[in-house]
Write a protein of this length. Structure first.
Length: 94
């Protein structure tokens, strides 16, 4: 298999999504125990750098950050930016 920019980006999204999913779970675990929390800025940064699928999946699985609308809007913007960038990469390197 040829290593193209598309393959590199897709692979990176998978790895960062897995990390993001785990971090989402850890934050939910900490929230349930009243412990120190992972800042929203960190969660959004992980999502921005390709972890948005893991963020959405983590929100669903852990029922975490699912009712805070301001956070969900920010996550939606990050997701749209990532999809636009990925679409551009697919188009530019076809």
């Amino acid at each position: 298999m040829e290593v193209t920019p598309t393959v590199v980006v897709a692979g990176s999204v998978v790895v960062v999504s897995l990390v993001t999913f785990v971090v989402w779970g850890v934050d939910k675990w900490k929230a349930a125990r009243g412990a120190w929390r992972i800042p929203e800025k960190t969660l959004l940064t992980l999502a921005f750098f390709g972890g948005w699928p893991g963020a959405w999946f983590g929100a669903k699985v852990f029922r975490h950050k699912s009712s805070k609308q301001s956070f969900r809007r920010k996550l939606m913007v990050v997701t749209i930016l990532n999809l636009a960038l990925f679409g551009w990469i697919l188009w530019a390197f076809r």
